[in-house]
Write a protein that binds this ligand. Structure first.
Ligand code: ZN
Length: 59
């Protein structure tokens, strides 16, 4: 089982996506790193973290 994420599923106008993360934790870390680099988000608010978690899909 791997995990995938599309930034646009969080409501961003952004084409970033990845798949093949080995765990939900890894996917969350990748999403956080992207949010920081691309969107200037230093720390995810609980609300945003929740949206990110919902946007992470198993495949
Ligand atoms: Zn993005």
């Amino acid at each position: 089982m791997t995990y995938k994420f599309k930034c646009k599923d969080v409501g961003m106008n952004c084409k970033f996506e990845f798949k093949g993360a080995n765990s939900e934790d890894e996917a969350l870390t990748l999403a956080k790193t992207h949010a920081e680099k691309a969107h200037g988000v230093k720390e995810l608010s609980p609300d945003l973290a929740d949206k990110v978690k919902k946007a992470i899909k198993k495949e």
